[in-house]
Ligand binder design. Structure first.
Ligand code: NAD
Ligand code: 6OD
Length: 496
């Protein structure tokens, strides 16, 4: 019997409910939560209607001034550590729910997604306590003195809208700081990944987070919970991670109420491999940056540029890496890649594979759908794919695919490599592989992106600024940047 049959998915066959004002709430309309592993339905999800979103907003508003608003920073921080404890206590359930919803590998769920879910609460609970305020002493016109100092107040009621690729990680990346500085929140996970958010609501409830502080509404974007939140007059801020196009729609929707906005959007990230790079490390790291989570990480590399003397060797080594990836049941400990998130996304990625052929690409490997001879043939799997030979103007070079595919092209000079990396409407991340110290600094600083890694990929320190330029987002999250977005400074000026 395949390992996956032994996995116990919380609420399998049951109902995932909303969580509003401290209570789990059903709804008239439900939708199916389908696993991309074999296309079967895991459970049904209660879709929040506009009346329920209204209730969530009212509860969140009331909670701002209730016990939550009166809690000291130390007490709030301790409560968020308790939430992290609760995630860790139910670790295997979170892992099972995340794998079932997304099809991501056991290794990734156990080592990245769920640990970060807990770490996001701990990190921001601690950071909020150590945030320094500003203080200036000045001379007044009459020769006296004035002391100016700032205090940080919460923004108010924050809508947290998250995508499906790293569901718990990205939801908690926003909830942690928003709650740490005293906001109340309404979380809306992606309709494709309602599982871990529902478990999180159970953890919040059990931890004793006061009613109305954390609310969860399930649903879709347009004409559903997403839009009800972004157009709601009672919401003070929207923090969103997802597609750039969705970000633009949210910006329009939020404009009437002039809400504060934080956007982490798409990417079309470049890796630059110089001939002086540690070759094996560059191949290993680049393959990881292309294929992790089936290429469904906003930071994944989709454009690889390699200095000409090592181009052919690099392409051959990447082909070997791609073909060695084990595509299997997510629950198998050796699995490198599971299915994509959904059949809809599978079709989108396959349409780019087809387009690449039409645009004249050479397929070094992949381009199709793997077959298994069992239920996985009903899943949303695609082959890891490497292409070469496209002109820089090709749509496959310009548009975000969000799948396990990269295009590899040669370059000659450092200047050319930088220009190629920057020739994109996006600007989220970049990667540079070189052993030349001056070049590392020189090139990294010229890449138009919010994050540049040198000889590494997706190394994270939660205190550092995270975000993108151009179509990749607005603002920065991480460390004090998150704390600042989720709070309003008030300057107090005391004359003495
Ligand atoms: P998406 O934009 O389709 O959906 C994200 C969330 O927005 C979902 O919860 C969805 O229901 C909601 N939504 C959709 N339309 C809405 C609307 N009109 N109003 C309000 N809410 C709406 O994104 P996705 O497909 O879930 O995620 C993949 C995308 O996210 C990729 O483009 C990827 O690059 C990007 N992403 C970026 C980052 C980052 O940090 N920059 C991180 C992860 C994913
Ligand atoms: O690791 C993080 O904090 C983060 N925000 C990752 C985003 C990944 C995008 O898919």
């Amino acid at each position: 019997m395949p390992a996956h049959h032994k996995m116990v998915v919380p609420h399998a066959g049951g109902l995932l409910r909303n969580y509003v004002a401290g209570e789990f709430v059903g709804s008239e309309r439900t939708f199916a939560n389908v696993t991309p592993v074999d296309g079967s339905t895991i459970n049904e999800v209660c879709e929040a209607d506009s009346a329920l979103v209204d209730r969530a907003v009212a509860a969140a508003r009331e909670a701002l001034h209730g016990p939550w608003g009166k809690m000291s920073l130390d007490e709030r921080s301790a409560l968020l550590h308790k939430v992290a404890d609760g995630i860790e206590a139910r670790f295997d359930e979170f892992v099972a729910a995340e794998m079932a919803d997304t099809g991501k590998s056991l290794w990734q769920a156990q080592n990245i997604d769920i640990p970060r879910g807990a770490a996001n609460f701990r990190a921001f609970a601690d950071l909020a306590k150590s945030r320094a305020g500003e203080c200036f002493q000045s001379t007044t016109p009459d020769g006296g003195q004035a002391l100016n100092y700032s205090v940080h107040k919460p923004l108010g009621v924050v809508a947290v809208i998250a995508p499906w690729n790293l569901p718990l990680l990205l939801l908690t990346w926003k909830l942690g700081p928003a709650m740490a500085v005293g906001n109340t929140v309404i979380a809306k996970p992606s309709e494709d990944t309602p599982g871990t958010a529902t478990l999180l609501a159970e953890v919040m409830h059990a931890a004793g987070v006061p009613a109305g502080v954390f609310n969860l509404v399930h649903g879709f974007g347009p004409n559903s919970a997403g839009e009800f939140l972004t157009t709601h007059r009672g919401i003070d801020a929207v923090t969103f991670t997802g597609e750039s196009r969705t970000g633009a729609a949210i910006m329009r929707a939020a404009a009437d109420n002039v809400k504060a906005l934080s956007f982490e959007l798409g990417g079309k990230n470049a890796a630059l491999i110089f001939e002086d790079a540690d070759f094996d490390a560059a191949v290993e790291g680049t393959a990881k940056s292309v294929f992790t989570n089936g290429g469904q990480v906003c930071l994944c590399t989709e454009r690889v540029y390699v200095q000409r003397p090592i181009f052919e060797r690099f392409v051959a080594a990447m082909k070997e890496k791609a073909e060695a990836l084990r595509i299997d049941w997510p629950e198998s400990p050796d699995t490198d890649m599971g299915p994509l998130i959904s059949h809809e996304h599978q079709q989108k990625v396959l349409s780019y594979y087809q387009l690449a052929g039409e645009e004249g690409a050479t397929f070094i490997t992949g381009g199709g759908v793997p077959t298994f001879g069992d239920e996985r043939d009903n899943g949303a799997f695609v082959e890891p794919t490497i292409i070469t030979g496209l002109p820089e103007s090709a749509r496959c070079i310009k548009e975000e695919v969000f799948g396990p595919i990269c295009h590899i092209a040669p370059f000659d000079t450092e200047e050319e490599a930088i220009a190629l990396a920057n020739d994109s409407e996006y600007g989220l991340a970049g990667t540079v592989w070189t052993t030349h110290l001056q070049r590392a600094h020189r090139v990294a600083q010229q890449i138009d992106a919010g994050i540049v890694w040198v000889n590494a990929w997706y190394l994270r320190d939660l205190r550092t600024p995270f975000g993108g330029v151009k179509l990749s987002g607005i603002g920065r999250e991480g460390g004090v940047h998150s704390l600042n977005f989720y709070s309003e400074p008030t300057n107090i000026c005391i004359k003495f």
